[in-house]
Design a protein around this ligand. Structure first.
Ligand code: NAP
Length: 525
């Protein structure tokens, strides 16, 4: 999680920071000690209105523990609020629906317990961050561990420890402390302040720190060493990508792991999409891609390591079936599994590809009674034919190799034609399930452009590039289109539903993958 501290000098400016912060980050921290005219109900309300998913942290930092990047002269900051007033403020935050309140360990057991019991009495879901900051140095690791235990002992839901880095080695202390906390199943926020502490700000969230702090572009820092949310995200993305296979070791006990089994998997966008979705769904876990050499051993690994779920991709969608304990009806009919659910050692196989494809079409047009031409006769074509039949549509198979079209058509009892006959076909929808037009062959299309006027809707299952030549040709002729991205995110959302029982954030997943693909396309131009 990336958190934006709100430290503006006026309530009005704070509202603007909240608005932007809620869009760019996962959490906003309302630093009530730095917003003299800050009206807490108004600020919390603004955050909730800006984003339903953004987490709200409220704190009123003790002046002794606040190190600002620039001198600041605020009338009520000099002395700080009285402890009683501060407790009242944090209680008010709980009542207003803040997700977290942060109180310093130095405020004492009594004050912290007062907040904790207030939360319990109100049956609130707010969580307490017990924090400790040293604005001038980083004590020894042994001392940091003592502080950590003191925070834990007083009942912290999340321990926050932030010393000031005087030398690079100080960063190692906080990273070790994160490992130490995770081993004790205790959530922790840890990093170093100061310019020399920047490396820990980058590393800590990847290492397992519950959140990291960043600023908005052009925004005010609440502590020296903070970088912009965008820079931090870019660093995290790079680190996470390279630590993909290591990351699961760092997950706290109880977290759910998910894997992608395939060969190759290097360019897969599933880890990016699924990890973004897991984060938004607040599921503690991680999705990693594995390039598999020995499928039987990989499946045993899923059981042995209690991995909750797996995606299966080329070339294992069919061969994986023999290793599973049960196969869902749709997957059995398709002869392909793209999803595994591990229920305490019992592995069940499902197929969400057909669902991803069909729901993408169904969203635009009721399939029942419609004629749908499918180019291709491979695995994806089979998923399409199966789904169309299931929805009461009439599939037509068109393939380069007629024999393969015949086999599929016989199985599903539908007409088939050679690809050379495409000009004679008229249908409501045309779906390309071949790889023609996929990167790097982006200037190819499986059909001549003029024939596209024979269809009301054209779909491509290819999602790299986002707009294939086929789709561009169709749009030029005023024919509506569905990009392959729609199928990709929907099959992913189907997997998440099977693994977690929850609806996945489809729009966010789409945006995440679309942005990555756009970046790839821009880079290759
Ligand atoms: P597959 O089983 O290998 O089938 C490929 C089909 O494409 C075959 O029917 C083949 O025809 C045809 N084909 C290949 N090259 C051709 C060419 N130059 N001209 C005409 N036809 C050609 O592959 P698949 O697993 O179905 O995957 C197909 C595509 O779907 C891939 O691009 C894949 O990335 C994409 N896909 C997308 C999603 C998504 O979520 N969007 C999900 C799954 C798959 P022949 O029979 O004549 O060889």
């Amino acid at each position: 999680m990336i958190c934006i501290p709100v430290t503006d000098k006026t309530h009005k400016d704070a509202l603007q920071t909240i608005e932007r912060g809620a869009q760019e980050a996962d959490a906003v921290e309302l630093r009530m000690d730095l917003i003299p005219d800050g009206d807490l109900p108004g600020l919390i309300d603004a955050a909730r209105r800006a984003s339903k998913r953004v987490k709200i942290i409220v704190t009123c930092r003790r002046p002794e523990e606040a190190l600002l990047p620039e001198p600041i002269d605020l009338p009520f900051r000099k002395e700080g609020l009285s402890l009683a007033a501060k407790i009242d403020l944090l209680k008010q935050a709980v009542e207003l629906g803040a997700d977290f309140v942060d109180i310093e360990l130095a405020c004492g057991d009594r004050a912290i317990r007062q907040i904790l019991s207030f939360i319990r009495r109100r049956k609130s879901t707010a969580r307490v961050i017990v924090s400790w900051h040293d604005v001038s140095q980083a004590p020894s690791l042994a001392k940091l561990k003592t502080i950590f235990h003191a925070c834990m002992k007083v009942g912290a839901d999340i321990v926050k420890i932030v010393p000031y880095a005087r030398k690079m080695e100080d960063n190692l202390k906080v990273l070790s402390l994160i490992d130490y906390a995770i081993a004790r199943d205790q959530k922790i926020i840890a990093m170093c302040m100061g310019e020399l502490g920047q490396i820990s700000r980058i590393m800590a969230p990847v290492w397992g720190s519950y959140l990291g702090f960043a600023v908005l572009r052009g925004g005010k820092k609440s502590a020296p060493g903070q970088m912009t949310a965008r820079t931090m995200k870019e660093f995290q993305h790079l680190l996470q990508r390279n630590r993909r296979s290591v990351q699961p070791w760092l997950l706290p006990p109880g977290a759910s792991n998910f894997v992608l089994l395939g060969h190759p998997v290097r360019h897969s966008l599933s880890p990016l999409m699924h990890n973004k979705a897991l984060e938004a769904m607040q599921i503690e876990g991680h999705y990693s891609a594995f390039c598999v050499n020995d499928l039987a051993a990989a499946i045993e690994g899923i059981r042995g390591m209690n991995i909750r779920g797996a995606s299966v991709t080329i070339p294992f969608k069919t061969t994986v079936m023999e290793y599973l304990d049960e196969i869902d009806e749709d997957a059995a009919a398709l002869g392909a599994v793209n999803t595994i659910v591990n229920d305490r050692g019992r592995l069940a196989g499902y197929n969400t590809d057909w669902l991803g494809l069909i729901t993408a079409v169904q969203d635009r047009m009721n399939i029942a009674g419609k004629t749908i031409a499918i180019i291709g006769a491979g695995g994806t074509a089979r998923a399409a034919v199966y789904g169309i039949k299931k929805q009461g549509g009439n599939p037509i198979i068109i393939n380069r190799t007629l024999d393969k079209a015949r086999v599929l058509a016989t199985l599903f009892d539908c007409p088939f034609y050679p690809l050379s006959a495409i000009g004679k076909i008229r249908a409501h929808v045309l779906i390309n399930t071949t790889s023609v037009g996929m990167y790097p062959q982006i200037h190819q299309s499986p059909v001549p452009a003029p024939v596209l006027v024979n269809f009301e809707l054209v779909m491509d299952v290819i999602y790299n590039p986002l707009m294939t030549k086929l789709l561009r040709d169709a749009e030029t002729r005023g024919v509506k289109t569905i990009p392959g991205l729609e199928m990709f995110v929907r099959q992913g959302a189907g997997q998440l539903k099977l693994w977690t029982g929850k609806e996945a954030p489809l729009a966010l997943m789409k945006k995440t993958v679309r942005e990555r693909l756009k970046n790839i396309e821009n880079r290759d131009e």
